[in-house]
Design a protein around this ligand. Structure first.
Ligand code: PRP
Ligand code: URA
Length: 209
C-alpha cells in the first residue's frame, strides 16, 4: 500500500537528464521517452506470473516459461501517455490498450475528460496506467477512478516524473495503486508544474505550445 518505486537504473537516469534539458529536440525527446518506457516496463512487469508450455527446440522437447493469465492492459492518458505507451508496446506487443483522454484545465488544474475507450474485461486483467507526469495528480486520480468504475481491480501507475504533492494526493485516493517513476522531483510550482521537471510533456513530445 502507498508504494512508490523509483527506478534508479543508470540508463534511465541518463536518458531522463537529456529529456529534462530544454535544448533537446522534439524528435530526441520522443525517442528518449520511448526508450525509457521500455526500461520502466521491464521494472513494472518484473513480478508477473509465469506458467509453462511445452515447445520443441531444434534439439528436444522442453517445458518452457511463458506469461500466465490474460494479456495485460496498458491505459494511456492522452496525449503524453502515448509516448510511454509506444515503448511499453515494444516490449509487450500483445498487450491490450485503453485510451483515456484528459486535459488539465489551465486555471483550475482539474482534469477534464474528452475520451474513454477500454477493453470490456478489465476486472480480469492487470492494468498499467501510463502518463509521463504526476503533478497535482488530478489526471492520474481521474484516470484510475474511471478504470475502477469499469471494473479494474489490479492497477499500477507508471510515470517519468512525480511531484511529492502528487504522490501524496494520489495515494490519498488510491492507496492500492503502486507508483513506478524515474524520479520524485522537488515540488510543484504555483502553476502546477513539476520543478525542476521537464516542462509540458505533451508539448515537448509533439512540438506544440
Ligand atoms: C499533462 C500530463 C498529465 C497531466 C499531469 O497532461 O501528461 O496527464 O498533465 O498533471 P496533473 O497531475 O496536475 O493532472 P496535459 O493536461 O498537459 O495534457 P496533454 O498530455 O494532452 O498535453
Ligand atoms: N504536466 C506536464 O506536462 N508537466 C508538468 O510539469 C505538470 C503537468
Amino acid at each position: 500500500m502507498n508504494s512508490v518505486t523509483v527506478i534508479n537504473h543508470p540508463l534511465v537516469q541518463h536518458k531522463l537528464t537529456i529529456m529534462r534539458d530544454k535544448h533537446t529536440s522534439t524528435a530526441g525527446f520522443r525517442q528518449l521517452l520511448r526508450e525509457i518506457a521500455t526500461l520502466l516496463c521491464y521494472e513494472v512487469t518484473r513480478d508477473l506470473e509465469l506458467t509453462t508450455t511445452t515447445i520443441e527446440t531444434p534439439l528436444t522437447e522442453m517445458k518452457a516459461p511463458t506469461l500466465a493469465g490474460k494479456k495485460l492492459v496498458f491505459a494511456s492518458v492522452l496525449r503524453a501517455g502515448n509516448g510511454l505507451l509506444e515503448g511499453m508496446l515494444d516490449l509487450v506487443p500483445a498487450a491490450r490498450v485503453a485510451h483515456i483522454g484528459l486535459y488539465r484545465d489551465p486555471k483550475t488544474l482539474t482534469a477534464v475528460e474528452y475520451y474513454f475507450k477500454a477493453p470490456e474485461d478489465l476486472d480480469e486483467r492487470l492494468t498499467i496506467v501510463v502518463d509521463p507526469m504526476l503533478a497535482t495528480a488530478n489526471s492520474a486520480i481521474a484516470a484510475v477512478d474511471r478504470l475502477k468504475e469499469r471494473g479494474a481491480k489490479d492497477i499500477r501507475f507508471v510515470c517519468l516524473l512525480a511531484a511529492p504533492e502528487g504522490v501524496d494526493k494520489f495515494h490519498g485516493s488510491h492507496p492500492d495503486v503502486p507508483i513506478f517513476t524515474a524520479s520524485v522531483d522537488r515540488k510543484l510550482n504555483d502553476k502546477g508544474y513539476i520543478v525542476p521537471g521537464l516542462g509540458d510533456a505533451g508539448d515537448r513530445m509533439y512540438g506544440t505550445k
